[in-house]
Design a binder for this molecule. Structure first.
Ligand code: HEM
Length: 432
C-alpha cells in the first residue's frame, strides 16, 4: 500500500505500469487522468475483471457490478438516497446511535478497553441495518449479518491478493467464504420474503421496502436482485464508515490539539447529548477532521477498472483488456496537489481553502457514474456517531501504534486499535 503510494508519488502523477507477477496493471494517480477514467471516458472503463471476480458470489450482480444490471439498480437506489431521504431517516438513526453508545457505559465504568474496529463496526451496523431493513429484521439477525459479513471479508483476502488463481484450485479461505455467504443468504432471503408480502400498500421508508416496490413480482430473479442490492449496499456502507471511524481515533491520539478542538466543538454544540441531526450542520470542525481522515485513510483506497477498448491516458497507450488501478490513497498524497501531503491537518478543509482544489485531487467517494451513493448518509451519520461518543466519553488509545494499513480490500489498520473510554470532560491522556 505504502509502496503503491510511493510509486505514484515518485512518478509525480505520471501513469505507472506495475509489475505484479502474472499481470501488469496501470496505476493512474494524476487528477486529470483519474477524471478521464472515472468520468470523461468512463464508458471505456468497466468495473469488471479479475479483481472483482472473487467478490461476485458475495455481492452478486447489482449496484456494485456494471452493465445493464448495475444501471437498473443505480436508477432505483439513486432516486432513493437523496438528501431528503437521508433527512427523513435522520431521527431514527440518531436514536439508534444514541442507544448503542449508551450500551458502552458499563464497559467505560469497568475501565476495560474496547477494540475500536469492532465497536465502530457494531455501532455502524446498527444504523445501516436500520436504514436497509427498518424494523423487518431482529437485532440477533442484524448481528449475524455483521459477523458473517466480517467472516466473508476476511476469508476472501487470499483470493483478492491472487485474483489470477483459477477457481478449480482450492485456496485457503474458500470454504469459510462460502459458508459465510450462505449465512448471509439465510438471514436476508426470509426478510425479503416477509417485506415483499407486505410491500403492496406499504409505505415503509427503509431500503428493503423501496426495493420491493421497485422490483415488482413480474421481474425474473426478483428476490435475487433485491438480495444482491441489499448485500452490496450493506458491504459498501458498513465497513467503509466503520474503518474511517477507527482511523479517526488513531489520528486524534497523535494530534491532541485537533482532538481538543473537536471535543470542545462537540461539547459546545451537543453538550451531554443526545446528539441530534439538527446538530450536524454546526459540527463543522468535526466534519473537517473526518474529511482529513478520509484523505489519508480513504477506506476505498484502490478501485480497479478494465479498459474495454484501447485508449491513451496522459500520453501512455493502454491496450484493450488492461487493468487500470485508481487509488485515492496515492492521489491524496501527491505533493503536486497537496502541501505537506503526509501531515494530518484538518485545516485543509476549512471552507475558505476548499475551492481551488482539482475535483479529482480528493475523491474518497469516487466519481463519475459510479460515485458513492452513501455520501449524504455518511455526512450525516458519521458526525452523529462521533458526537454521540464524545458527548459521553473521551475515547483514548490504550497504547499501540504506529498504525499502518493492512493489505486488504478496504484500508484497515493492520494493528489492533484499543480504546479506553474515559468519562467526557476528562482532560488527561492515557500513558501508553
Ligand atoms: C466512509 C464512507 C464511504 C466511503 C469512503 C465510500 C467510498 C465509495 C467509493 C470510492 C465508491 C466508488 C467505487 C467505484 O467507483 O468502483 C463507492 C460506491 C458506492 N458506495 Fe460508498 N463509500 C462510503 C459510504 C457509503 C455508504 C454509507 C453507503 C450507503 C448507501 C455507500 C454506498 C455505495 C454504493 C451503493 C456504491 C456503488 C455506486 C455505483 O457503483 O453506482 N457508501 N463508495
Amino acid at each position: 500500500m505504502n509502496g503503491l503510494a510511493e510509486l505514484g508519488m515518485r512518478a509525480r502523477g505520471k501513469v505507472v505500469r506495475l509489475n505484479l507477477g502474472p499481470f501488469r496493471p496501470y496505476l493512474v494517480t494524476h487528477p486529470d487522468h483519474v477524471q478521464h477514467v472515472l468520468r470523461d471516458n468512463a464508458g471505456n472503463y468497466a468495473r469488471q475483471g479479475m479483481f472483482w471476480r472473487p467478490l461476485n458470489r458475495l455481492l452478486g450482480d447489482g449496484i456494485l457490478g456494471d452493465g445493464p444490471a448495475w444501471e437498473s439498480s443505480r436508477k432505483i437506489l439513486q432516486a432513493l438516497f437523496t438528501t431528503r431521504y437521508v433527512d427523513s431517516l435522520a431521527d431514527t438513526i440518531a436514536k439508534t446511535v444514541d442507544e448503542r453508545v449508551a450500551e458502552l457505559d458499563e464497559t467505560a465504568r469497568s475501565g476495560r478497553t474496547v477494540d475500536a474496529a469492532r465497536e465502530m463496526a457494531a455501532l455502524v451496523n446498527q444504523s445501516v441495518v436500520r436504514v436497509l431493513f427498518g424494523d423487518a429484521i431482529s437485532r440477533t439477525d442484524g448481528e449475524r449479518l455483521m459477523t458473517a459479513y466480517h467472516a466473508a471479508d476476511a476469508a476472501v483476502t487470499f483470493r483478492l491478493l491472487a485474483p489470477f488463481m483459477p477457481y478449480w484450485a482450492r485456496m485457503p479461505g474458500d470454504r469459510a467464504f462460502l459458508s459465510a455467504v450462505a449465512t448471509i443468504d439465510d438471514v436476508v432471503y426470509p426478510v425479503i420474503r416477509r417485506a415483499r408480502a407486505r410491500a403492496a400498500g406499504d409505505d415503509g421508508i427503509d431500503v428493503i421496502s423501496a426495493l420491493c416496490r421497485a422490483r415488482d413480482g413480474r421481474d425474473p430473479g426478483h428476490d435475487r436482485w433485491i438480495r444482491d442490492d441489499l448485500v452490496s449496499v450493506y458491504a459498501a456502507a458498513s465497513e467503509t464508515t466503520a474503518t474511517t471511524l477507527t482511523w479517526l481515533w488513531t489520528e486524534l491520539d497523535a494530534h491532541p490539539a485537533v482532538a481538543a478542538r473537536m471535543n470542545a466543538e462537540i461539547e459546545r454544540v451537543v453538550g451531554t447529548g443526545p446528539a441530534l441531526p439538527s446538530h450536524v450542520p454546526e459540527l463543522r470542525y468535526t466534519t473537517m477532521v473526518l474529511q482529513e481522515v478520509m484523505r489519508l485513510h480513504p477506506a476505498g483506497w484502490l478501485f480497479p477498472r478494465m479498459a474495454t477498448g484501447a485508449d491513451t491516458i496522459g500520453g501512455t497507450r493502454v491496450k484493450a483488456g488492461s487493468m487500470v488501478l485508481i487509488s485515492p490513497y496515492a492521489t491524496h498524497r501527491l505533493a503536486e496537489f497537496w502541501d505537506r501531503p503526509l501531515e494530518f491537518d484538518p485545516e485543509r478543509f476549512a471552507p475558505r481553502t476548499g475551492e481551488r482544489r482539482h475535483r479529482y485531487a480528493y475523491f474518497p467517494f469516487g466519481g463519475g457514474a459510479h460515485q458513492c451513493l452513501g455520501r449524504h448518509l455518511f455526512d450525516m451519520d458519521a458526525p452523529l456517531m462521533v458526537a454521540a461518543l464524545v458527548s459521553r466519553f473521551r475515547p483514548r488509545l490504550a497504547g499501540g501504534g504506529p498504525f499502518t494499513p493492512a493489505p486488504t480490500a478496504l484500508l484497515r489498520p493492520r494493528q489492533k486499535v484499543e480504546l479506553r473510554l474515559l468519562p467526557a470532560g476528562h482532560p488527561t491522556r492515557i500513558p501508553s
